[in-house]
Ligand binder design. Structure first.
Ligand SMILES: [Zn+2]
Length: 504
């Protein structure tokens, strides 16, 4: 259903679709996301409610009484993912809610603590402000228990910014607003689960009870929507999320799995009942709400998130069912499956220059999930690989070097399949990347046309974390291009690659 730029699509034989110009592709994807958002094909009015439950730890939902949230999961999509952590930003509320509200990660919106000092709301406004900018006639509202939500995270152009002295108060205000006004987009923040997390930890009965109370409050808001006289004529998109989790003993801000795991639960048109995804992140919430309300995110905004309907699996994501459990990474849970060195069809890894030995999981380019790779050793910036989705490619000379190996450095090349290009013009190469240096290390991207000589496209020698778009001239007469990612390092850090695309 998606117009894919992925190499998997190219492999599947849909080369024509894979090589459409980026702009056309983005436009098609945006249009795809909004089939029922006020366009001519429907009369139902799009409406959006996003509920944020501060400090809600998804891994504890199983043990809590949460019938309304679980009802949303059964009738919609559930996607867990991991947040950044230090050194990008701590797992705290300022960065967390700002990433939800803006659709960008902390290295862009610059909210790196709860003081909001240095925040770039001018470059990365919240999505309600973007709605007001696109169409001032839209009715937007935010209600939050934590005061920075209505004072800072959401800006002054939002029509209604209200607070609550408690979650009960916030819920009553939100319910009244949802029942009696014609608000198009509403964000509600509940705070007391976080308080229970700090005080009791997530293993305590009181934390589960706080989740149950928040669930009841979510239910009251859902009931308020269902009770609207105009409900049958409305197309509601409901999203529930969190800004961070908690460590089992309570507290957050750090790099542990409990603190970093978050979730997106979404119900509405386009979300299949009971669906589970691994590629959706909290920065997708803002663009998804915008697209639902008919505002296609502009590439010039440089958001990290995308409307969920515009996300497509990439070549590496097909490896998820084939991932292995640990071999040498004994600090990880034994049941966790999250790595393989077997490249997807059409891709190759050249390890002919790799010494023998070293940590098995990371000998040459590997393919891994965040929950596996980033938890091998905390606090070394693996947690900041925020632009990768689901399974990604990684070359990690640091982890590989943790076990004895033959003389020489890590030296491995990942090559793409031959991709169709049109000779004589230009091609755009795109990929998400996180290049982190902590010693002697090189990262080079080469391109070869029709299996000819490799020419350098991009070199990495300093830290770089971005979604890249590189333009390359295609020789006259060329019909295919291959991309080559060559990494060398001596107990340095790592290089990740994901969502590789080529349009020509
Ligand atoms: Zn907190």
């Amino acid at each position: 259903m998606h117009l894919s730029r992925s190499l998997r699509a190219a492999l599947a034989g849909t080369v024509a679709a894979a090589v459409l110009p980026l702009a056309a592709s983005a436009h098609a994807a945006g249009g795809k996301e909004t089939p029922s958002s006020g366009a001519a094909n429907t009369t139902k009015r799009p409406k959006s409610l996003v509920i944020g439950i501060d400090g809600a730890t998804f891994a504890t939902f199983d043990k809590a009484k949460m019938p309304r949230v679980k009802g949303l999961m059964a009738s919609g999509m559930t996607a867990t993912s991991n947040l950044y952590a230090y050194p990008m930003a701590p797992t705290s509320s300022g960065p967390g809610w700002s990433s939800v509200a803006t659709g960008a990660w902390p290295d862009k919106h610059k909210v790196v603590d709860n003081s909001f000092t240095g925040a770039r709301h001018d470059l990365y406004p919240d999505y309600l402000t973007r709605l007001e900018t696109a169409d001032p006639a839209l009715d937007t509202a935010v209600v939050g228990t934590w005061s920075p939500i209505r004072d800072t995270v959401f800006g002054p152009r939002v029509d209604t910014r209200l607070g609550g002295v408690s979650d009960a108060d916030t819920t009553s205000t939100a319910v009244s607003l949802l029942k009696t006004t014609d608000a198009d987009a509403v964000f509600v923040h509940l705070d007391e689960v976080d308080g229970a997390g700090h005080y009791y930890g997530t293993e305590h009965r009181a934390y589960r009870e706080a989740l149950g109370t928040a669930d009841g409050q979510v239910g009251r808001m859902l009931d308020a929507i269902a009770s609207r006289a105009t409900h049958a004529d409305e197309n509601w998109q409901i999203v529930v999320t969190a800004d961070h989790g908690h460590a089992p003993g309570g507290g957050h801000g750090g790099n542990t799995p409990g603190e970093r795991q978050t979730f997106v639960i979404a119900k509405g048109s386009g979300f299949e009942p009971g669906s589970v995804r691994h590629d959706v992140k909290v920065t997708d919430i803002a663009p998804t709400a915008l697209a639902h309300l008919g505002v296609a995110p502009d590439p010039s905004w440089q958001l990290d998130g995308k409307p969920v309907g515009a996300l497509a699996p990439d070549a590496f994501d097909v490896l998820r069912p084939l991932l292995n459990s640990r071999v040498d990474e004994l600090a990880l849970p034994s049941a966790l499956k999250g790595w393989t060195t077997a490249a997807p069809d059409g891709w190759t890894v050249d390890n002919s220059a790799m010494p023998a030995g070293g940590v098995t999981e990371w000998r040459g380019w590997s393919f891994a999930t965040d929950e596996f790779w980033s938890n091998t050793d905390l606090g070394q910036a693996r947690e900041t690989n925020v632009r990768a989705r689901d399974v990604f490619a990684v070359a990690d000379s640091d982890e590989w070097d943790d076990k004895s190996h033959g003389a020489g450095q890590f030296d491995s090349t990942l090559s793409s399949p031959a991709l169709a290009v049109t000779g004589g013009g230009t091609a755009t190469v795109s990929y998400a990347t996180h290049y982190k240096v902590d010693g002697p290390q090189t990262g080079d991207v080469h391109v070869s046309f029709d299996n000819g000589p490799r020419q350098l496209l991009r070199s990495y020698r300093t830290d770089h974390n971005a979604f890249e778009k590189l333009t390359v001239a295609v020789p006259a007469g060329a019909t295919t291009a291959r991309l080559h990612f060559h990494y060398t390092g001596t107990n340095s850090a790592f290089w990740t690659i994901d969502q590789v695309g080529l349009t020509s």
